[in-house]
Design a binder for this molecule. Structure first.
Ligand code: ZN
Length: 166
C-alpha cells in the first residue's frame, strides 16, 4: 500500500525492530500483517454429531468444515451462518467462539465457532457434494482432510472429546 488509508498522503518505507513497514507522516503505520478472515463452524446435530462437508470441483474428494471468507460489513457470526447454509443447506444457531488458527504462508485466519444445527437438509450447491456427521468414535477418512487447518481443528476436537469423555 503506497498511500495512507487514513489521510491519503504517500507513505514511506521504514523498519521497526526488523519489521519492514510503511509509515505516514500523520502517524499511521502499515505493519504489512493483513490476513483474510474465514468464519468456520463445527455444527452439532441433536445426536451430538458434528458435520463435515465433502468438496467438489478442484478439491473433489476432500473433506472439511463448513466455512468461508467474511464479507466486509458482516460479523464473523453472520459469515459463519451464511457459509454453512451455502455449503450444506443447514441453518445453524447458538454460535460460540471455539478457537482461532493462523496460517501465515497464505495469510489466512480461521475463526472457528461451535454451533447447533437448527434445521435443514443437504442442498445442491457449487462447492460441496454432500455432508457427513461424525463423533470422535466415528471419524471421517483422515487421509481426505483438506489442508492443515482442517487437520488441526479436527485434532483439537478429538483431544477435547478425550478430556470430556465424549
Ligand atoms: Zn496518513
Amino acid at each position: 500500500m503506497d498511500y495512507c488509508p487514513v489521510c491519503g498522503q504517500k507513505m514511506t518505507h521504514d523498519e521497526i525492530e526488523s519489521h519492514k513497514i510503511m509509515r505516514c507522516s500523520c502517524g499511521y503505520i502499515d505493519w504489512d500483517n493483513w490476513v483474510n478472515l474465514s468464519a468456520v463452524s463445527v455444527c452439532y446435530n441433536d445426536s451430538g454429531e458434528f458435520m463435515m462437508v465433502h468438496l467438489k470441483g478442484k478439491s473433489k474428494g476432500k473433506i472439511t468444515f463448513p466455512g468461508g471468507f467474511r464479507n466486509l460489513g458482516e460479523t464473523l457470526e453472520e459469515a459463519a451462518i451464511r457459509e454453512c447454509y451455502e455449503e450444506s443447506g443447514y441453518t445453524i444457531g447458538e454460535l460460540e467462539l471455539y478457537k482461532v488458527y493462523t496460517k501465515d504462508d497464505i495469510r489466512l485466519v480461521w475463526v472457528v465457532f461451535r454451533a447447533r444445527i437448527i434445521k435443514g437438509s443437504f442442498l445442491e450447491n457449487n462447492e460441496t457434494e454432500g455432508v457427513s456427521f461424525h463423533t470422535t468414535s466415528n471419524l471421517p477418512d483422515m487421509t481426505k482432510l483438506r489442508g492443515s487447518l482442517t487437520e488441526r481443528l479436527l485434532k483439537d476436537i478429538i483431544e477435547e472429546g478425550k478430556k470430556d469423555g465424549r
